[in-house]
Design a protein around this ligand. Structure first.
Ligand code: KIV
Ligand code: ZN
Length: 518
């Protein structure tokens, strides 16, 4: 590896996904992993296999398909965790087991209830066990930034002696300041001579809004790997944002003197895909990928921009893959124009996909005057079916006003003919959900529902993201339409399709356990 290339370790599917509201199914994880591969990250941390069956399946699905980047799976220093990580990664081309244990006194005393010697011993044993599965073992000293330096150095020495090839020193609670975090890396490099033979990694949380600044300070002090997430999602205030770290390196090469292997033109597409999968969009002012990141509102700024883009823009939207719109589509646009616009947005559609999208596009154009890029992206993400469509919404009529609302719905499903039902509720969405629940014969409880308008304007498409409990299982779904009740109904049907798919998978794995037992 060249000296000034910093490896990007993406943990969107692990640290990012474990934060509330960002849960993804194994199929969704695979979809995002494919895009992370296109983005050019060096390592994808695909999950924590011991955490749940879904996590195990997500890591396995990515390991079976994504070949170029190294694939990491997280494990505590427990035999079972390590064995499950090894098993989930078995099909991977470049497997990495990432073991971690807390090293700060506060974590040892109150969380793990062990002393330093026990911590050291557990770390050693875990690395030895992980090495049975792969030569690529990463060790993390959780809460490193609050760990007493002498002990931290002892743990790192031991980890390297056992064969860890990457040493990660996280600022787990987002407490460090850049000057302190950088100093820790310098001290480790000075005091642990063997650290020169391994990759040193930083992993920062954003509780004080310093995750990216701390990561840059660590790189300045010798870290060769940065752990980060798309849109900065992650535990609590999130992790260091991938796009901000990468663009800092690109925009200020002389000052931060590193580059990455990331193809920056894939950044916007990756950010959008993640948002569509989780229903969580970055705030409009989010650096690099927010809706307003390149919008110039003040007259004086607009004037400057017209003379020379660099007056107020330190990077071009095209550099991060934000498409420069040349064409507004509408009712009279044909397939060819649609195909061309998708190509300009970076999506090459096959004939079948184009046909389906064209149908959706014309239906939308009947309701909406101008179709903007965001609408096209919403249509594209809606058209992608991550699970088979056991149910489809075929009819919806609601009546609402000052009194309670009523809804009539019809669904196509695994029945001989369509089924219809009706429901009442405090509002049109509650009534619709009751009616759909009645048709599919399942109990549906809404945990969270969010609505976002895809574009400005009265005829905007509404994108609804819903989290529901279906027969006790929590699932998410999304749907888009110019009618928000229809969008909400579509979101619920999507979640029900996931529930149906999960039931079928469970039934198959029960069958195989049974057969195996025989
Ligand atoms: O923040 C942290 O310390 C972590 C470790 C598990 C690497 O996420
Ligand atoms: Zn973390």
């Amino acid at each position: 590896m060249e000296e000034n290339v910093v490896r990007i370790f993406d943990t969107t599917l692990r640290d990012g996904e474990q934060a509330p509201g960002n849960a993804m199914t194994p199929e969704e994880k695979l979809r995002l992993a494919r895009q992370l591969d296109a983005l050019g990250v060096d390592v994808i941390e695909a999950g924590f296999p011991a955490a749940s069956d879904g996590d195990f399946r997500g890591v396995r699905a990515v390991a079976e398909e994504v070949r170029r980047p190294a694939l990491a799976a997280l494990a505590r220093c427990h035999d079972r965790d390590i064995d499950l990580a090894g098993e989930a990664l078995a099909p991977a081309a470049r497997p990495r087991i990432h073991v971690f244990i807390a090293t700060s006194d506060i974590h040892l005393k109150y969380k793990l209830r062990i002393d330093r010697d026990e911590c050291l011993e557990r770390a050693r044993a875990a690395i030895r066990r992980a090495r049975r599965f792969t030569d690529d073992v990463e060790f993390s000293a959780e809460d490193a930034s609050r760990t007493e330096l002498d002990f931290l150095c002892r743990v790192i020495e031991a980890a390297i002696a056992e064969g860890a090839t990457t040493i990660n020193l996280p600022d787990t609670v987002g407490y460090a300041l850049p000057v302190e975090y950088g100093a820790m890396f310098r001290a480790v490099r000075e005091r642990v001579p063997d650290a020169r033979g391994v990759a040193l990694s930083c992993h920062c949380h954003d509780d004080l809004g310093l995750a990216v600044a701390n990561s840059l300070a660590a790189v300045e002090a010798g870290a060769t790997q940065v752990e980060c997430t798309v849109n900065g999602i992650g535990e609590r205030a999130g992790n260091a944002s991938l796009e901000e770290v990468v663009m800092a390196g690109r925009v200020r090469p002389r000052s931060v003197s590193f580059r990455t292997n990331v193809n920056t033109r894939e950044i916007f597409r990756t950010s959008q895909l993640l948002s569509h999968l989780t229903g969580v969009f970055p705030p409009p002012n989010k650096a690099v990928v927010g809706r307003n990141a390149f919008a110039h509102e003040a007259g004086i700024h607009q004037h400057g921009m017209m003379q020379n883009g660099l007056t107020y823009e330190i990077m071009r939207p095209e550099e991060v893959g934000i498409p420069h719109s040349t064409l507004v589509l509408g009712k009279h646009s044909g397939r060819h124009a649609l195909e061309r616009r998708y190509r300009e947005l970076g999506y090459d559609l096959d004939e079948q996909a184009l046909e389906g999208l064209y149908r959706e596009f014309t239906a939308l154009a009947d309701r909406k005057h101008e179709i903007l890029d965001e609408d096209l992206l919403a249509l594209l993400h809606e058209s992608f079916r991550d699970v088979p469509e056991a149910y489809q919404l075929t009819f919806l009529r609601v009546s609402c006003g000052m009194a309670s609302a009523t809804a009539e719905v019809a669904l196509a499903g695994p029945w001989h003919r369509e089924r219809s039902g009706s429901g009442t509720g405090d509002g049109p969405i509650a009534a619709t959900y009751r009616a759909i629940g009645e048709v599919v014969g399942r109990s549906v409880e809404v945990v969270n529902l969010s609505l976002r308008s895809v574009t400005p304007g009265k005829d905007s498409v509404g994108h609804v993201f819903v989290q529901v409990r279906v027969d006790g299982k929590t699932l998410t779904g999304h749907g888009a339409s110019t009618d928000i009740v229809e969008a909400s109904a579509r979101a619920l049907v999507h979640a029900l399709n996931k529930a149906d798919h999960a039931d079928k998978l469970e039934a198959t794995s029960l069958n195989s356990v049974y057969l195996w037992g025989v």
